[in-house]
Design a protein around this ligand. Sequence first.
Ligand code: FES
Length: 150
Amino acid sequence: MDNAKIEQIINKHQGQANALIQVLLEIQSQNHWLPKEVIDQVSEKLDVPLSQVMQIATFYKTFSLIPKARNQVHVCTGSSCHVRGSTGILDKVQDLVGIRPGETDSEARFSLETINCLGCCNLGPEIVVNGKHHANMTPDRVEEVLKDYE
Ligand code: FES
């Protein structure tokens, strides 16, 4: 993400300390993570103490302080999805993208995380890619789903 885009997001809300979460969400959404220099910039421009920005950025799981890929894959491993076969889904995702939960591949195509429950257990097992839910997953369907994400 170039600096101009970051400036644009911050400038939209400049001087509005209560816009902190919104600004971080927009940057996270476009850049996929929050670099240190961006955190500093947000703190300065919104006139919010750095410690407060860091508190928000580290509290919410939505935000990442380490580089993330273009595509975020979340595999639900909650108890209901587990009973319905999420272990096989996670294994298949790991085999296909070559990374484990918490990792990003070398081409920054995929980052992989597990999640405890997505709140729609009757549709499990579920994976979510870039916020899009894929219900009733089977290991055989994983490749078909992931191939659409470059
Ligand atoms: S356990 Fe997976 S959606 Fe609830």
